[in-house]
Design a protein around this ligand. Structure first.
Ligand SMILES: [Zn+2]
Length: 262
């Protein structure tokens, strides 16, 4: 009884939020025009994506940094792309953070590493985006915009990349293994990931063309993130190169974008 009351309350809250944050028709049309990979989706999928994006906008706090203005166009572009991976899973996957910080361009981050002798080394890293435990998610608007125009292979999409990291880190560790349904699913994921990652790392090492961004060879967590970009942007390419891994991602996301792209 109590849970039913809670459910009814949540539905009313969502409805009120939707009314306040509904995405206007013209802005939604513009967002779909900008993101061609969204246009492949069925009309009912896109309607649900629009609702989810509106709830996302209601629940998250966007801020601009280094002079970046977060216009409605910027916020809706990010929201629509961020919601695609959780279209069948729900926004609960993004509960661990609230803030999204948008920079005009790449962000230079000061990094430090400790070597085997205990000596600390500092270096600078240019980031197109970053997701960290507890948030915020940081994005470079230039990179978000450029991924809209990206036409080549491997796929490139910084929003999907960072939000895949958020999903991966939901269990506290960024290891390329998000929380999964059960032990059997975990085993299947592990096997598919290990196999695809080994193939990918080998190809990158040998300087051969790869189905996903070569950056994925940095580690299994990056491989999951770049594979997720391909899964949503160039699903046929990913399925052909890594069928078992594509199937694992398809079970996890509960989506089969290759079927719609075929
Ligand atoms: Zn990454």
């Amino acid at each position: 009884m109590f849970s039913r009351l809670l459910q009814a309350w949540a539905q009313r809250r969502d409805q009120a939020r939707l009314q306040r944050h509904a995405i206007p028709d013209a802005l939604w049309e513009l967002t779909l025009l900008r993101h061609r990979f969204l246009q492949r989706r069925s009309a009912p999928d896109l309607e649900r994506l629009r609702t989810l994006a509106a709830l996302f906008l209601a629940g998250k706090e966007f801020s601009g940094a280094a002079g970046q203005d977060v216009t409605d166009e910027v916020a809706v572009s990010i929201a629509a792309q961020a919601c695609l991976p959780v279209l069948e899973l729900g926004l609960g996957w993004y509960d661990a953070f609230v803030g999204i910080v948008v920079y005009p361009d790449e962000v230079v981050a000061r990094r430090e590493v400790v070597d085997d002798d205990g000596v600390v080394h500092f270096y600078d890293e240019a980031l197109s985006g970053e997701a960290m435990p507890g948030g915020p998610v940081v994005l470079s608007w230039r990179d978000v915009s450029e991924s809209n125009e990206w036409d080549g292979e491997p796929a490139y999409n910084v929003v999907i990349h960072e939000f895949a990291h958020v999903m991966d880190m939901r269990d506290g560790v960024a290891d390329g293994i998000p929380p999964l349904a059960d032990a059997g699913e975990h085993r299947a994921w592990r096997e598919a990931l290990d196999e695809a990652y080994a193939l990918h790392a080998h190809a990158v090492e040998a300087d051969l063309p790869t189905a996903v961004d070569p950056y994925g060879a940095e580690g299994p967590e990056e491989f999951f993130a770049v594979s997720s970009e391909s899964f949503f942007i160039e699903p046929l390419v990913l399925r052909e190169a890594h069928p078992r891994w594509y199937a694992a991602l398809s079970r996890f996301y509960r989506q089969d974008p290759a079927a719609e792209a075929a």
